[in-house]
Design a protein around this ligand. Structure first.
Ligand SMILES: Nc1ncnc2c1ncn2[C@@H]1O[C@H](COP(=O)(O)OP(=O)(O)OP(=O)(O)O)[C@@H](O)[C@H]1O
Length: 364
């Protein structure tokens, strides 16, 4: 990341009107990929997005994208002049206009000098060709949100802000929309800041993460790195997980399985559409990892990795559980086991053990 090629967000002690809340952040956000903004309710995620969008007036902040300044103590580009697309929980479409007319409205606002993504590409990615003639009231919640995302892209923004875009949808609609979001996140060149309470969504979409608490940044870094750290917001999360990236090196049609190779190790996954040579990411949840001192050859679990215990921490909220950071080569894996098991097995840092992985989820 070169210094000029980033979104710089420096907000000094911004006190929200009629509130005790203050925001104080200093962030360098990569100008490619998805940065997830995570944190408890009331930690300031929406306020931070509103500051970036120019919806909160704050003379003491400094905002720039690739050396284009939107806010300094001398400059304050109004919200409507900032090259930003915004997607909220609710689609907020004009009810008296069809989906196509809603999109035309965005195209009129588009920054013609930007050529990030074409109209046909947006329609294809969001798969909305057939619903364009409909009015918002004739669309499902998921369809409306796909139009809202298309609209945000068609203004040709230099930055896309997404504030819990799936939160208002039920679980089945979330599942329906997530692949569209993945397509946008991975094929558009626009940096995206994505607010969510769902670790599941963040793991699927984000390359980088920022964690806010009480208006301050408490963690930031690459997704893969942060997820594998102990003592963080993520390692304390009930769905604490790591993400592993590897290459498919072997497949068995007879057993319907693929072998994913990473860091001199192999993980066996259920075979899907992937081919030998494909790069895939998979998620391993800490609760799906158990430990043994010797290889359990008589176990039905296929994935057994030789690992070294790098660190272990008692769960501060539940002292009967311990989170262990294991290293498979240099790749971290988290295991959540009972404190009694760590005592019975006399587990300690530096020890070599076998991690038995009960299940893995392929991400893409
Ligand atoms: N209009 C307002 N007036 C007064 N206080 C506000 C206002 N908007 C937000 N706040 C307060 O500012 C703080 C930060 O709110 P913000 O909405 O940015 O948090 P958040 O992390 O986005 O929360 P959530 O995850 O619940 O959406 C909270 O304490 C909230 O109560």
């Amino acid at each position: 990341m070169t210094k000029s090629n980033i979104l710089k967000v420096r907000i000094r002690k911004y006190h929200l009107k009629d509130s005790n809340f203050s925001l104080d952040v200093d962030l360098n956000i990569p100008s490619t990929g998805v940065t997830a903004l995570f944190g408890p309710s009331g930690s300031g995620k929406t306020t931070l997005l509103r500051c970036i969008a120019g919806l909160e007036k704050n003379q003491q902040s400094e905002l720039s994208l690739s050396n284009e300044f939107w806010q300094t103590n001398k400059i304050s580009l109004p919200a409507h002049k900032r090259p930003i697309g915004y997607v909220f929980q609710e689609a907020n479409l004009f009810p008296h206009l069809t989906a196509a007319e809603n999109l035309q409205f965005a195209i009129k606002r588009a920054d013609k000098s930007q050529s990030v993504i074409s109209y046909s590409e947006v329609i294809r990615l969001m798969d909305i060709e057939e619903i364009l003639p409909q009015y918002p009231s004739q669309l499902s919640g998921g369809e409306r949100q796909r139009i809202a995302i298309a609209r945000a892209l068609l203004i040709r923004p230099k930055l896309l802000l997404m504030d819990e875009p799936l939160a208002a949808l039920d679980d089945s609609l979330k599942k329906e929309i997530l692949p569209y979001l993945e397509a946008i996140c991975h094929s558009s060149k626009i940096p995206i800041i994505y607010v969510s309470h769902s670790l599941d969504e963040v793991i699927r979409l984000a390359d980088h993460m920022v964690v806010l608490e009480k208006g301050r940044v408490v963690e930031q870094g690459e997704t893969q790195f942060l997820l594998g750290k102990l003592g963080t917001f993520f390692s304390r999360h009930k769905d604490a997980s790591v993400v592993i990236t590897g290459i498919i090196t072997e497949q068995s049609a007879q057993w319907g399985l693929s072998w994913l190779h990473f860091d001199n190790q192999d993980i066996i996954v259920k075979q899907g559409n992937e081919k030998i040579g494909d790069q895939l990411r998979l998620r391993i949840q800490s609760k799906d990892v158990s430990l043994s001192l010797s290889p359990q050859e008589d176990s039905s679990i296929l994935n057994r990795l030789t690992v070294i215990i790098d660190d272990m921490i008692k769960d501060p909220k539940d002292p009967s559980m311990v989170m262990l950071r294991l290293l498979a080569g240099s790749t971290p894996i988290l295991a959540r086991v009972t404190a009694l098991s760590t005592h019975n097995l006399a587990l300690s840092k530096g020890q070599t053990v076998i991690a038995q992985i009960k299940s893995v989820a392929l991400l893409r």
